[in-house]
Design a protein around this ligand. Structure first.
Ligand SMILES: [Zn+2]
Length: 143
């Protein structure tokens, strides 16, 4: 099993690939997401964006997140029914473990789980198109 760390992507290329016109707020927001390892929600993205560009509004953030999601440039998660949290789409497949006490999100990938899911779907007569796996967990106490 491996934990993944995001590598710095080319934001403008990402927007171009998504067919989205490059604007300063969009670039700022993508940059924030590219550097975030914590799957921030829109409010947190807004907070970070405001530091870089005080003219950004919360509605711009919401609008941009919706647009980028539609274009497939970012993924939206609703971990545990909480506020939507976001990450860039081009980070390779991984699953998430959510710490239910702190809300921290840990990324992982397990070839055994991937293989097992394929096997289960096949036995049921299906091919997996995509999947999401979320583990809700509590940190073990150290003895
Ligand atoms: Zn993730």
């Amino acid at each position: 099993m491996t934990t993944s760390s995001p590598s710095p992507p080319d934001y403008e290329a990402l927007l171009r690939t998504a067919g989205v016109r490059i604007t300063r707020p969009r670039r700022t927001i993508l940059k924030i997401l590219g550097e975030a390892g914590d799957h921030p929600d829109a409010l947190e993205i807004f907070r970070r964006a405001s530091v870089i560009d005080p003219s950004i509004s919360l509605s711009t953030v919401y609008r941009t997140m919706r647009l980028l999601e539609e274009k497939g440039a970012i993924h939206r998660h609703a971990f545990g029914g909480g506020p939507s949290r976001f990450e860039q789409a081009d980070q390779g497949h991984h699953d998430h473990l959510i710490d239910i006490d702190t809300g921290a999100v840990v990324e992982f990938r397990s070839d055994r789980i991937e293989a097992l899911q394929d096997e289960i779907a096949r036995e049921l007569g299906y091919d997996i198109v995509f999947h999401r796996l979320e583990l809700y967990a509590r940190k073990r106490r150290q003895a």
